[in-house]
Design a protein around this ligand. Sequence first.
Ligand code: ATP
Ligand code: MN
Length: 463
Amino acid sequence: MQRTRVAEILSSEKIGTRFTVMGWVRTRRDSKGGFSFIELNDGSCLDGIQLIADQGLPNYKDEILKLTTGCSIKAVGELAKSPGKGQNVELQAQEIEVLGWVDPEVYPLQKKRHSFEFLRTIAHLRPRTNTFGAVARVRNAMSQAIHSFFQERGFIYIHTPIITGSDCEGAGEMFKVTTFDLDQVPKKGSNTDFGQDFFGGPANLTVSGQLEAEIYALAMGDVYTFGPTFRAEDSNTSRHLAEFWMVEPEMAFCDLEGNMALAEEFLKYIFAYVLDSCKGDMDFFNRFIDPSVIKTLEGLVSQDFEYLTYTEGIDTLLKSKQQFEFPVVWGSDLQSEHERYLCEKVFGRPIILVDYPKEIKSFYMKVNKDGKTVRAMDVLVPKIGEIIGGSQREDDYDTLFERIKEAGLNPDDYWWYLELRKFGSVPHSGFGLGFERLIQFVTGLSNIRDVIPFPRTPGNVSF
Ligand code: ATP
Ligand code: MN
């Protein structure tokens, strides 16, 4: 089945050329003059192509006049300049074949705008809407941009494992992987006998590829992973998914300053890429979702990020006299209301906060000379808050050993991670960026469930 994509036809505008298009009917309008306008969308771009179907077509009465939203068709016709408003070109159909009918009584996607909540219940059809088509294309372009950014800079793409025996953050929140019959779990005394399980020990879905990326950075220099990660956190927010994609570069011979510079350059690259390559979709988001997205992204590309320490951030918040739901205290984690206040109200731009108290950050972050703070960095953006979390990693064996114990973890479980500090240790740094948070930021969509094709959240896995 040979066809030309609508995106290609609309961008080349080859008047007089015969094309075959295939796609789904968005609308049909019949004119008194004995012909119909059919808007056909094939997902290749936001715009559909307008087909002109004349009553002279053999199936005009029996089929074309019965076409409704959602029907799939094949049309062959000649491209012509369009006299009408709203499109430059149209296809004058010489042949239209109906591939699949729709019963309009039961087809859930009608012309009217549906709520995002409703569309989440029909994840098998929502990609046919303008919004979800645009999200899918922007998501695709951003994935491409992520790879080009790192590949252009000589980073090696590493496929870190999905199933792991280690828990990166040292905390809970992991999904277990097992082949046990859950009604008859083998026991050793009162404990589960994981020795009898598939892997001969407990296994989980990864929460981050960082630790494995560090292994490769300490052999290959600059590496990155980009893949799915899983968190069983029961946080039902508009920014958390149980399955989300993470981008994690890891660089040997790199300190926190190098890490911050890369994070800023990376975000600017992605924003510029999307603005340049997804014009139609970005205009759509700007018109229908958030009238400030394009201006915000353009501003970010040309603006320097603000750098400040966690302590300076806390001082600024305390001096602001602003009432927050959560109190501002040195030593506790910033809530997203605090992060957003700093970005939106105080600085009006993205900020990178560094040197957090070690108690609220992970064991692997390098301890500063003050002994109280660690070389952590969070990149905060307006409307979302934290979008990137990263750090310079602890590269001193003894300090790391102590930090693992302080975190209540067993150093034996991290023997290989510790050995990397024993055999040719080097300063190294990296960060993790939540891909869906970035897409939220770029598209202006307020709920993270709407920027991933099939969102997994507490209580929802069926679709
Ligand atoms: P938060 O405080 O928002 O839960 P975090 O501190 O747990 O974030 P990290 O462990 O540093 O986040 O993960 C790195 C990045 O992954 C975050 O900056 C964020 O962009 C993204 N992220 C973290 N948890 C989720 C989640 N459940 N769903 C989607 N993205 C997430
Ligand atoms: Mn979290």
